[in-house]
Design a protein around this ligand. Structure first.
Ligand SMILES: [Zn+2]
Length: 298
């Protein structure tokens, strides 16, 4: 675990070695703001142990005297794993994040009971729709859909630090929601926020808007099925192929079957391109089996 001080009251905790897909190890970043009245913790990582380590550090630094407020940027499991570590904490999220957390844990419970038991999930206790502001702390949380339907961001007005969860990912965006128009609006809105530092949910701390603009360009190309893949690394390829699959699934879930098939068809045609193909046999088989099933079931 690495700890880095940011601005006048921020602490960035970085944990290595989370592997969401084969060959794509990713760090986890958790951002803590020591506000006037409250201590804010933005996201809680994959494993309970990560937040246990963070808790120990905050205890040693005598930073645990204020009420603790946890913020979940979205419902994905790598952002809520340590929600239960602070017994007394309030947990803030967008209303859709809360709904999707409940839905997902119910589904996992049905599929594999054991897997859930070692994840002591604690659900949000305060939910908001557009914005939630702590005026005395100069901290605000706002709805910013994009990476997922429920994504939200945190803004420290005093230090001008923006925490974006997975709306920005290195090196290209990872799309899981079909409303690409709304994702673009969110990123354009980030460009209008007065900020010194932007912190991502996995890696990178940004001091300028280059990655935001690069991400906007990529999403526009992705929307038009016109991404240039010649410079792709395995990490680009992983986000790219799974973005197609996830958007297809989201379209299908929303009754847009024909549009979903376009996404599935497109990725099926390029999945064995050396620039796109998973290096891992098992992943390749999983994707091909899935796509064959979807495309034969029309
Ligand atoms: Zn994530």
């Amino acid at each position: 675990m690495k700890v880095q001080e940011i601005g006048s009251r921020g602490f960035l905790f970085t944990f290595p070695d989370f592997i969401p897909y084969p060959q794509v190890p990713m760090p986890i970043q958790i951002y803590v703001i020591n506000g006037k009245n409250n201590l804010f913790i933005c996201d809680t990582g994959v494993k309970k142990e990560q937040l246990d380590m963070l808790k120990k550090h905050l205890t040693d630094k005598k930073l645990l005297s204020k009420p603790i407020i946890i913020f979940n940027s979205h419902f994905h499991m790598d952002h809520i794993g340590g929600n239960g570590v602070f017994d007394s904490a309030q947990i803030i999220s967008h209303i859709l994040c809360w709904e999707m957390m409940i839905k997902t844990t119910q589904r996992i419970k049905k599929e594999n009971k054991a897997r859930l038991e070692d994840k002591s999930i604690a659900y949000p206790t305060i939910i908001f729709q557009e914005k939630l502001v702590f005026p005395e702390d100069n901290v605000e949380f706002f709805y910013s859909p994009g990476h997922s339907k429920d994504s939200a961001s945190c803004y420290d007005q005093l230090d001008k630090v923006l925490y974006v969860g997975d709306n920005l990912v290195d090196p290209i965006p990872f799309l899981t929601w079909h409303r690409i128009d709304k994702y673009l609006t969110t990123l354009q809105n980030y460009n209008n926020i007065d900020k010194r530092v932007t912190i991502l949910g996995h890696s990178l701390v940004l001091n300028d808007s280059r990655l935001i603009n690069k991400s906007i360009n990529y999403i526009e190309k992705f929307r038009d099925f016109d991404v240039n893949i010649t410079e792709f690394t395995p990490r680009h390829a992983a986000w790219y192929r799974w973005s197609f699959i996830n958007i297809g699934l989201a379209l299908k879930e929303n009754g847009k079957k024909k549009e979903a098939l376009e996404y599935f068809k497109y990725i099926k045609n390029v999945i064995r391109d050396p620039k796109i193909e998973p290096l891992n046999e098992e992943e390749l088989r999983e994707i091909e089996d899935f796509l064959n099933k979807e495309l034969n079931n029309k």
